[in-house]
Write a protein that binds this ligand. Structure first.
Ligand code: SAM
Ligand code: DTB
Ligand code: SF4
Length: 322
């Protein structure tokens, strides 16, 4: 059977809600079936993040320690220089990482800064790494510039449901996010787009978030699911913890609704048991970030991840993506 035949864009919220509510074993079985139709079941893509410009961001995203509206213990810095970025990329490559992602705490890049990032992207790719970036909102011309520099992926999350978005961010709209996603698609850059769970959202919000992603004109190539890292000083520092079972159900839903997309377990692994992570892999996760730091928050140590992958019989996808 042609594996692409099960890629659908006509999901309804009701249909996704009834999948989400299925008996756990049935939901996981459906997710595994979808996963195995499109991917090698035990292969995981490993990316590494580097914050190239940290803190002092003018946006007020309630979850983010880098927002200037928050009093989190993040020191604002300038754009890192190219040599420092390339040294970090070389170290990541030596650790077996295939994708290197440059993150900047900007609402949108300034032209001069974008040119510097384009130079970094060119050199990261020349090292044989897949290059990703997340720099905030982009115009069509900026997306085209990044494409010309060879950028493989751009991360831009919708974060949550359209209904809940305004309770989390007020300095930009859901439509702004969708507009940047359209600019990326038009430029031919692969899209990395997902969201965050554990922000006090309802089950309906989690389902609506997956629905939004699965009914975009094209499914994102990568879907990162972040468990909120609750950071002191941010608006969501005291958000009620989400049960890992709900995280796993959300992941399974993403896997079923977007079967050919890479689904990443992004932020939050630091506070998850090995068993929760094993369930996430079982539900269709096939990507993680490695290294003990994400952008500003903690992530499991490389050695711990290596052992966990070995215990689960998971292997890292190579630089060629196989
Ligand atoms: N400033 C750019 C933007 O917002 O698009 C790029 C960097 S931003 C830190 C990348 C993504 O990280 C956000 O869209 C959000 O989904 C995620 N993120 C930020 N803070 C987080 C936290 N405390 N816990 C989980 N995910 C978080
Ligand atoms: C994504 O969805 N998660 C990553 C990546 N894309 C850029 C970022 C997580 C950041 C977590 C908070 C921090 O470390 O500052
Ligand atoms: Fe700025 Fe991005 Fe953090 Fe929002 S998520 S405050 S845009 S760095």
């Amino acid at each position: 059977m042609n594996a692409d035949r099960d890629i659908r864009y006509d999901w309804s919220r009701e249909e996704l809600a009834s999948l989400y509510a299925e008996p756990f074993a049935d939901l996981i079985f459906a997710a595994q079936t979808a996963h195995r139709r499109h991917f090698s079941a035990n292969r995981v893509h490993i990316s590494k993040l580097l914050s190239i410009k940290t803190g002092g961001c003018p946006e007020d995203c309630g979850y983010c320690p880098q927002s200037a509206a928050h009093e989190a213990e993040v020191k604002a810095g300038k754009l890192k220089d190219k040599d420092a970025v390339l040294a970090a990329a070389a170290a990541a490559k030596a650790e077996g990482v295939a994708r290197f992602c440059l993150g900047a705490a900007w609402r949108a890049p300034k032209e001069k800064d974008l040119d510097l990032v384009c130079e970094m992207v060119r050199e990261v790719r020349a090292m044989g790494l897949t290059a990703c970036a997340t720099l905030g909102m982009l115009t069509a011309a900026q997306a085209a510039k990044l494409k010309a520099a060879g950028l493989d992926y751009y991360n831009h999350n919708i974060d949550t449901s359209p209904e809940y978005y305004g309770s989390i961010v007020t300095t930009r709209s859901y439509q702004d996010r969708l507009d940047t996603l359209a600019a990326l698609r038009d430029a031919g850059i692969r899209v990395c787009c997902g969201g965050i769970v554990g922000m006090g959202e309802s089950e309906a919000d989690r389902i609506a978030m997956i629905h939004t992603l699965a009914t975009l004109p094209k499914h994102p190539d990568n879907v990162p699911i972040n468990m909120l890292m609750r950071v002191k000083g941010t608006k969501l520092a005291d958000a009620p913890p989400l049960s890992p079972i709900d995280l796993v159900r959300t992941i399974a839903l993403a896997r079923i609704a977007m079967p050919a997309s890479i689904v990443a377990l992004a932020a939050g692994r630091e506070h998850m048991s090995d068993e929760t992570q094993a369930l996430c892999f079982l539900a269709g996760v096939n990507a993680i970030f490695s290294g003990d730091k994400l952008l500003t928050t903690a992530n499991p140590a490389l050695e711990h991840d290596r052992q966990l992958m070995a215990r689960l019989g998971l292997t890292a996808a190579s630089l060629s993506g196989e």
